[in-house]
Design a protein. Structure first.
Length: 371
């Protein structure tokens, strides 16, 4: 089988497996390495120290697969129904997390199928499938593979599919026929994503300060975000889609074909009061195997408190009072801030009562800041 035939067969199989975009890039040093260095040096990675720890591995795909010569870049759509309006006491979840399963668990078996097929069709060859957990600059390789361009919101954009898709890659030591790189930036003079960001997280077009991004603050960060970022949380319980929702290229993004990405009842919007009633076991039963498991119970309840403090719905005080007695200091600290935002004397009394018994230094600092 020729390299061209192997490439075509892999792309056909990828389509059969549900991938909606595919293209081949050569295994080279990605063009964005210097951009990554500048981004890390600016401190924009926040608590994501693993990015700097693995910096050298991003230099070449051979650190993902020894002897890598080609990278098959893939995309799979996740756009489903339009968001349901969020009511009082509810929190909003990023679109990618509405379904029944974590996208990693959906995509990995497909990559295994592709890798197995490649080894069968090219005896002696090896391959490794990855989906955003390996030191591979997926968006740069997607551009090299012709899948699209990197927009001002730092996401990969495709003229026909917008940005509502997951990226995945198959690194291989087989020689595949590369596609032409995507050479045109179609953002033009549009700055909709930059202008709409609720926390001003973009320091320049194509440059995101993750420490100010709501997706980072509600998913990756372990502590409380800065005060001005907390105030920008609004209704976002988990993640944020604002820079995608305002992007003109997403107006006609096609729907996902995978049923597993269809919205699951209770995943968007989420009743915030219910979260404060969940102990660890109940939280595990409800969210294990979904993207909302990533911040764990302490992180999601922190987020719920921030939303209640930002939106101030009727009944928020009851949930926050419950959270103020939670065993997790992070949850208590978030509830202190949220209660202070309500402006009610009864909320102030709750904070003062907590002050009398609180032993955690971080929570006490939050109390001192608002009393």
């Amino acid at each position: 089988m020729t390299d061209a035939e192997l490439t075509e067969r892999l792309k056909r199989l990828a389509a059969d497996l549900g991938f909606t975009l595919s293209g081949v890039a050569p295994a080279v040093t990605p063009p964005g390495v210097e951009r990554l260095d500048a981004w890390l040096a600016a401190g924009y990675a926040g608590e994501m120290s693993y990015l700097a720890d693995r910096r050298e591995a991003y230099e070449h795909p051979r650190h993902v697969l020894d002897g890598a010569r080609s990278v098959l870049m893939l995309a799979i759509d996740y756009r489903t129904a339009e968001p349901v309006p969020v009511g009082p006491g509810q929190g909003r979840v990023s679109r990618y997390a509405w379904g029944d399963a974590d996208y990693h668990d959906v995509i990995r078996p497909k990559l295994h199928r592709l890798a197995d097929a490649l080894r069968e069709w090219r005896p002696g060859a090896d391959a490794r499938g990855v989906v955003d957990t390996a030191p591979l600059m997926e968006r740069d390789f997607a551009v090299l593979a012709g899948l699209g361009w990197i927009g001002k919101n730092t996401l990969l954009l495709n003229r026909g599919r917008g940005s509502y898709f997951f990226l995945a890659a198959l690194a291989t030591d087989a020689e595949l026929v590369p596609d032409l790189p995507h050479a045109t930036d179609h953002c033009g003079t549009c700055t909709a994503c930059l202008d709409a960001c609720p926390t001003d997280a973009f320091t320049a077009p194509g440059v995101l300060d993750a420490t100010r991004c709501l997706s980072y603050a509600t998913i990756e960060a372990k502590g409380l975000p800065p005060l001005d970022v907390r105030e920008g949380v609004g209704e976002w319980l988990f993640g944020c889609d604002v820079c995608q929702e305002v992007c003109p290229w997403n107006r006609h993004a096609p729907p996902a074909s995978e049923q597993v990405f269809e919205p699951r009842e209770g995943m968007n919007p989420v009743e915030l009061a219910e979260l404060f009633e969940l102990d660890e076991d109940a939280f595990r039963r409800r969210f294990r195997g979904t993207p909302l498991w990533r911040p764990k119970r302490r992180g999601l309840l922190r987020n719920a408190a921030l939303v209640l403090g930002a939106m101030k719905p009727e009944g928020a005080e009851r949930s926050l009072a419950l959270g103020l007695r939670d065993e997790e200091p992070l949850v208590r600290a978030a509830c202190v801030w949220a209660l202070s935002r309500l402006g009610a004397e009864s909320a102030r009394v709750l904070i003062k009562e907590r002050q009398a018994v609180e032993t955690d230094r971080g929570v006490r600092d939050e109390i001192d800041a608002v009393i």
